[in-house]
Design a protein around this ligand. Structure first.
Ligand code: C5P
Length: 233
C-alpha cells in the first residue's frame, strides 16, 4: 500500500482569489476535493495527508471534504510543506511508495496514480517515478540579456507534473537536505535526483494541468463538470 501527501498550503496569488487556491470552488466543490477523490478511488492508497496553510481553518463544508485525511500545517515553500506532510504521516515500511501531489492539479485520475505506485512498488527496482507529458512547443534556453542561447531537441523534453512517487526512505533523505536547498527546488524529483537516484518519467495527459491562472480555473470547471455529468471532453 502507498500513502499520498497532497500539498495545499499555497496562497495562489496568480489566481487572484482571496482564500487558499486549493479551496477555490471548481465544478461546485473545493478544488482539493477532486484530487482527494482520485486518491480515494485508487485501490492502493492507505492514507492521505493534506498540508494546509498555517493558521488557516477550513469551514465546516470544507472540513467535510477532508474527512478521513490527516491534516498538518504546511511550510513557507512547497518542499517544506511536503516535508511537514511526510512527518505527519503514520509510520510505514522504508520501501513503501509515497505519492506527492499538488492540490492545484485537480484533474488527476486514479489510473495515473496506480501506474506511479506500480512503478516504485517494492521489488520494482525503481525508487522514483514522476508524471510527465511531451512538450508541444519548441523550447528555447534564454541568456540573461533575453537572447536565445540554445534550442534543446524537442523530442527529449518533458513537461513535469504531479503525482510524483518515491520509495519512502528516498523521499525522507531528499527532504532531510537543508531548508535552503528545499526552498530552491520546484519539484520533489529534483531533490531526489540530487541524491544520485534515477527518476523514471511516466506518460501523463496534458489534461493533468496545474490550475495557476484564471483561464486554467475556467478549463478545470468545464472538464470536471463534464466528467461528473458523465460526458467526455
Ligand atoms: O504555487 P504553485 O502552484 O506552484 O504550488 C504548487 C502546489 O504546492 C499547490 O498545490 C500549493 O498549494 C502547494 N504549496 C504548498 N506550500 C507552499 C507553496 C505551495 O503546499 N508554501
Amino acid at each position: 500500500m502507498a500513502i499520498a501527501l497532497i500539498v495545499a498550503a499555497g496562497r495562489g496569488e496568480r489566481l487572484g482569489t482571496s482564500g487558499p487556491k486549493a479551496f477555490v470552488s471548481v465544478a461546485g466543490r473545493p478544488m482539493i476535493a477532486w484530487s482527494i477523490d482520485a486518491f480515494r478511488a485508487s485501490g492502493s492508497v492507505r492514507e492521505i495527508v493534506v498540508a494546509l496553510p498555517p493558521g488557516w481553518e477550513p469551514s465546516e463544508s470544507e472540513a467535510a471534504e477532508l474527512d478521513g485525511c490527516i491534516r498538518c500545517e504546511g511550510g513557507e515553500d512547497r518542499s517544506l510543506s511536503v516535508r511537514a506532510a511526510l512527518e505527519a504521516a503514520s509510520a510505514g515500511e522504508a520501501d513503501e511508495p509515497v505519492l506527492v501531489h499538488d492540490a492545484a492539479r485537480a484533474l488527476v485520475e486514479s489510473h495515473l496514480i496506480e501506474e506511479l505506485v506500480l512503478a516504485v512498488a517494492p521489488g520494482s527496482g525503481c525508487q522514483a517515478a514522476i508524471a510527465a507529458c511531451p512538450v508541444t512547443d519548441t523550447i528555447k534556453v534564454a541568456d540573461e540579456g533575453g537572447f536565445v542561447l540554445s534550442t534543446p531537441e524537442r523530442s527529449t523534453l518533458k513537461s513535469v507534473q504531479t503525482p510524483q512517487a518515491f520509495s519512502r526512505n528516498v523521499l525522507e533523505r531528499a527532504l532531510a537536505q537543508d531548508d535552503g536547498v528545499l526552498s530552491a527546488a520546484t519539484d520533489d524529483a529534483a531533490l531526489v535526483a540530487q541524491l544520485g537516484i534515477k527518476v523514471l518519467l511516466v506518460d501523463a495527459p496534458t489534461e493533468n494541468f496545474k490550475v495557476t491562472e484564471p483561464k486554467d480555473l475556467e478549463l478545470a470547471n468545464l472538464i470536471l463538470s463534464r466528467r461528473t455529468a458523465g460526458g467526455s471532453i
